[in-house]
Design a protein around this ligand. Structure first.
Ligand SMILES: NC(=O)c1ccc[n+]([C@@H]2O[C@H](COP(=O)([O-])OP(=O)(O)OC[C@H]3O[C@@H](n4cnc5c(N)ncnc54)[C@H](OP(=O)(O)O)[C@@H]3O)[C@@H](O)[C@H]2O)c1
Length: 306
């Protein structure tokens, strides 16, 4: 029997288990994918802890995960656009990708370019589409300077590269360990913490045009203090500040589709985007994977491999 991540109640890491489950069946329009890599995301930890129980409740037993890359194993009735053996990148909204086998809508898959690693492919969907939406929302021009908080995290590490691809000047806020990674990617690195506002002003030469917040905890207010227009501030996490000040909150919801995924895969294949892979864990070590993620200092993405 195939194995999958499950939890039976809200709680800490200890509720996560890897168990044998019934082999999933691909219904009409769906395909069965043998998962090679599945990225993990902070939102999944929040769901598992019950923090979104009102807004996005879990039904138990719950599976977990949206991101996936793998090989098509079976076709459901009516699927003609894809073949058994195809290597694919995709997503599911059924909280089920962290498993050996997953059922996915045929339209929610794009081809895996041969030169894109399984780990990068499997980590692409949530962080990639979120970064895409956040960068698009602030409408960057070539002479713009944009600040990205959490610049080396899952979403931030992609957002800074997409902003560079738009020929903007990019200032990235990150811890000491990530300064070199940012400068190697053409980003002006700045450490967060005391004095960050002065450091941004100095690096920006008095001109900050846009701000993308992927961390929360006061960066919306900082962006306003820096004189950034509300229409060019986007936070993917501080919804209270967004409601208070009227800034944007565009994230995965605004770009979570196969067209955007295919564009991002194309950038990876062309060498215009790189997903830093912090660590690959076997599926069995799902608790350890989230333990590391929940420290909130991941560079890029953590991936599970069944
Ligand atoms: N709205 C949406 O659609 C959407 C979608 C995806 C994610 N999210 C949310 O967005 C957030 C980021 O997700 P993610 O996957 O990028 O998380 P992540 O990979 O865990 O990124 C965490 C990053 O935060 C940085 N960080 C830690 N302390 C910081 C501080 N005081 N100031 C600035 N940066 C700090 C870390 O940088 P250092 O390691 O350099 O310290 C690390 O790179 C999460 O809260 C997630 O739930 C929202």
């Amino acid at each position: 029997m195939p194995r999958a991540v499950r939890f039976d109640q809200y709680g800490g890491l200890d509720v996560l288990q890897v168990v044998e489950v019934e082999r999933p069946i691909a219904g009409p329009g769906k395909v069965l994918v043998r998962v090679k890599a599945a990225g993990i995301n902070p939102g999944e930890a929040s769901i598992r802890k019950g923090l979104f129980a009102e807004r996005w409740p879990a039904t138990f037993p719950s599976g977990q995960g949206s991101d996936l890359a793998g090989i098509v194993e079976e076709l459901g009735p009516g699927v003609t656009t894809i073949a058994v053996g195809d290597e694919v990148i995709g997503f599911t909204n059924d909280r089920s990708s962290q498993a050996e086998l997953v059922v996915v809508g045929a339209g929610d898959l794009v081809p895996r370019p041969a030169n894109v690693s399984w780990a990068q492919a499997g980590a692409l969907f949530v962080a990639g589409t979120t970064a895409y939406a956040a960068v698009r929302s602030v409408a960057l021009d070539t002479d713009d300077t944009v600040v990205v908080s959490g610049a080396a995290g899952g979403v931030g590490s992609i957002a800074v590269q997409l902003a560079k691809n738009a020929d903007a000047r990019v200032i990235g806020l990150a811890g000491a360990a990530n300064q070199t990674w940012l400068s190697d990617h053409g980003v002006i690195p700045i450490t967060y913490g005391d004095g960050v506002e002065d450091r941004i002003r100095a690096a920006g030469g008095g001109k900050i045009d846009a701000f993308i917040d992927t961390f929360g905890g006061g960066y919306v207010e900082l962006a306003l203090k820096l004189g950034v227009a509300k229409s060019r501030i986007n936070t993917i996490i501080d919804f209270a500040a967004a409601a208070k000040y009227g800034v944007k909150t565009e994230g995965s919801h605004e770009a979570a589709n196969a067209e955007v995924l295919a564009q991002l895969a194309g950038l990876l294949a062309a060498g215009r985007l790189e997903i830093p892979i912090a660590k690959v864990y076997p599926l069995d070590e799902v608790r350890e994977a989230y333990r590391e993620l929940e420290q909130r200092h991941t560079r890029g993405k953590i991936v599970l491999e069944p």
